[in-house]
Design a binder for this molecule. Structure first.
Ligand SMILES: Cc1cc2nc3c(=O)[nH]c(=O)nc-3n(C[C@H](O)[C@H](O)[C@H](O)COP(=O)(O)O)c2cc1C
Length: 212
């Protein structure tokens, strides 16, 4: 397979310092809005990287469900591999691969669990099937057959068909509090634009252009 000849130019235009917001959340908000308008598939899908106790990185996609000046929030199973790794090492990195916009955003920071009240609020907003699936699946554990999962799903569906689905204590959100956020815009001849925001105080950020 000839992969070496697969290439394209990034011609959507550059990014300059004077068009950047002073705060990365504001900048992220503008880019997320544009990603949605461009109809990028799953604009909120982000790769989440964690590192195990022995230094082995691991990644997976999750969906961003909320962001504000406190950080970026996603929801998952607190017994999953990612959660185990975050228990031992809360350092985390997020990555948004917005190919259609010739853009990527990288976030590095620390993950903290959101409050149970915040998780509960989001959990109850999900469709019933998703709520039941969250309870039925022991995420990241070995599953000997798909039938076992389907049986578990069906029996929980029967059990809760008339009432409220209980909020599981093993499921909830993480908020990623960023220390660093990088915005990357592809450029012609691989002369891309990169700007990195570094948290320099409690609420202030320094911005540097990085070589592509
Ligand atoms: C588009 C997409 C969205 C996903 N969204 C989530 C999510 O929001 N939360 C989640 O726990 N897993 C989500 N997953 C599944 C994860 O990629 C992953 O398989 C799962 O969280 C287990 O990861 P772990 O074993 O590394 O903990 C998503 C997968 C894809 C492809």
């Amino acid at each position: 397979m000839d992969l070496e000849s697969l290439r394209r130019e990034y011609l959507r235009g550059g990014l300059s310092r004077d068009e950047l917001a002073e705060d990365p959340f504001e900048q992220f908000s503008a880019w997320m809005q544009q990603a949605i308008e461009l109809e990028i598939a799953d604009p909120t899908a982000m790769t989440v990287a964690t590192v195990s106790k022995d230094g082995q990185p691991s990644q997976r996609i999750v969906l961003l469900k909320h962001f504000d000046e406190r950080g970026f929030v996603f929801y998952t199973n607190y017994g999953s591999r990612k959660a185990d790794e975050l228990n031992a090492n809360s350092k985390i990195s997020l990555h948004f691969p917005w190919h259609t916009a010739d853009r990527q955003v990288k976030v590095c920071g620390e993950a903290v669990k959101v409050s149970a009240a915040e998780s509960f609020k989001y959990f109850t907003s999900r469709p019933t099937g998703s709520q039941i699936a969250a309870i039925a699946s022991q995420q990241s554990r070995v599953l000997t057959s798909r039938t076992l999962l389907l049986n578990q799903f069906e029996s929980l569906k029967q059990k809760f068909h008339n009432g409220e689905i209980p909020f599981p204590d093993f499921w909830g959100g993480y908020r990623v509090e960023p220390k660093e956020v990088e915005f990357w815009q592809g450029g012609e001849d691989r002369l891309h634009d990169r700007f990195r925001y570094l948290r320099s105080g409690d609420a202030s950020w320094s911005i540097d252009r990085l070589a592509p």
